[in-house]
Design a protein around this ligand. Sequence first.
Ligand SMILES: NC(=O)c1ccc[n+]([C@@H]2O[C@H](COP(=O)([O-])OP(=O)(O)OC[C@H]3O[C@@H](n4cnc5c(N)ncnc54)[C@H](O)[C@@H]3O)[C@@H](O)[C@H]2O)c1
Ligand SMILES: [Zn+2]
Length: 355
Amino acid sequence: MRTIHIAASRSYDVLLDEGLLSRSGRLASHVLPPSRVMVISDSTVSALFGGIVLDSFARAGYKAFSFTFEPGERSKTLATLGGALNALARAGFTRGDCVAALGGGVVGDLAGFAAAVYARGIPFLQLPTTLLAAVDSSIGGKTAVNLDAGKNLAGAFWQPSLTLCDTAVMRGLPAHLQAEGAAEMIKHATLADPELFARLANPDPAVRSDNLEDTLERNLMIKRALVQADERDKGVRQKLNLGHTIGHAVETVSGHGYTHGQAVAIGLYRIARAAERMGYAGSGLSDSIRQVLTLTGLPYNCPLTADDLLTAARLDKKRDGSATTLVVPRGIGRCDLVKVDDEGLAEWFRAGSPD
Ligand SMILES: NC(=O)c1ccc[n+]([C@@H]2O[C@H](COP(=O)([O-])OP(=O)(O)OC[C@H]3O[C@@H](n4cnc5c(N)ncnc54)[C@H](O)[C@@H]3O)[C@@H](O)[C@H]2O)c1
Ligand SMILES: [Zn+2]
């Protein structure tokens, strides 16, 4: 078992090991004395792991309840949040009780937000079941639901009390969920870890999948460093947005014809290409990124032009007035934040577009 400690406004451990879900109750009891627990999940994940987790909590002395909703981003709404809050109230939850988020990023974001606002805040645990949730959304404390006007527009910073990452679950994931998580891992490696990048880019699939715990740990360490330095996302944490400015625009303009991971992959390649052309990075960076994306089964380009994407990028909620902070890679393992106005943004987008 590996332990990664995160020191934020609340300090907590992330545990990595095979079979953690079946031990989740006992491990939780070390940080949260047995009380009521509401296991929040979607129906797919609940069918796979709900029984194991509820049973584990019951055996550890918790009074375990469950709240389940339809899978997918479309459920990440105020209506589902209301359902979860009412379920907590009906079961008589108080501040001494807790929530367990069992699922991917949708469940983690929604259940975390429910925990953040119920009774002005109760503790929660993250039990990630997708690779994306394991390497990205289950640490760092960002919780949210979507509004009609956009993604994650209502939310809170609320750190979990414990994150349990069951590596057996990660190994068993279908290929499309592996690829979604891999896009964020390639992002992390490009940001800060050339060794991790080399592992992910190894042509031998056995090397890429060996040492899963170590690969997960490296990803968590990269995110941890940025979260600890800037929990509230006002400075360096924004580096985690690498590939996402163009990526979000690809998602929006294609009407979600590309998944988040695919869109981030395209955004990563295009910003690397632009960095080369704008003199920020040496030649070869975008080729390396193209190779690792292709090996992973992710796209690196799409037919959308810079002009197609610019309108959407100008509406991105991460902008500060008319300025956008771009995360610009300078090489594998190194990147800078570069603030641009609308004209600068157009220049970068055009420099990254296919010829
Ligand atoms: N809070 C953060 O810091 C942060 C960071 C990145 C992404 N996110 C959010 O995460 C969400 C995306 O997360 P996601 O990709 O995990 O989506 P998700 O939670 O919708 O999961 C994807 C699909 O996989 C299914 N699934 C989950 N675990 C499974 C398993 N073990 N086996 C088979 N199927 C399984 C789910 O039922 C769902 O249909 C987005 O809403 C995004 O905004 C949050
Ligand atoms: Zn992302």
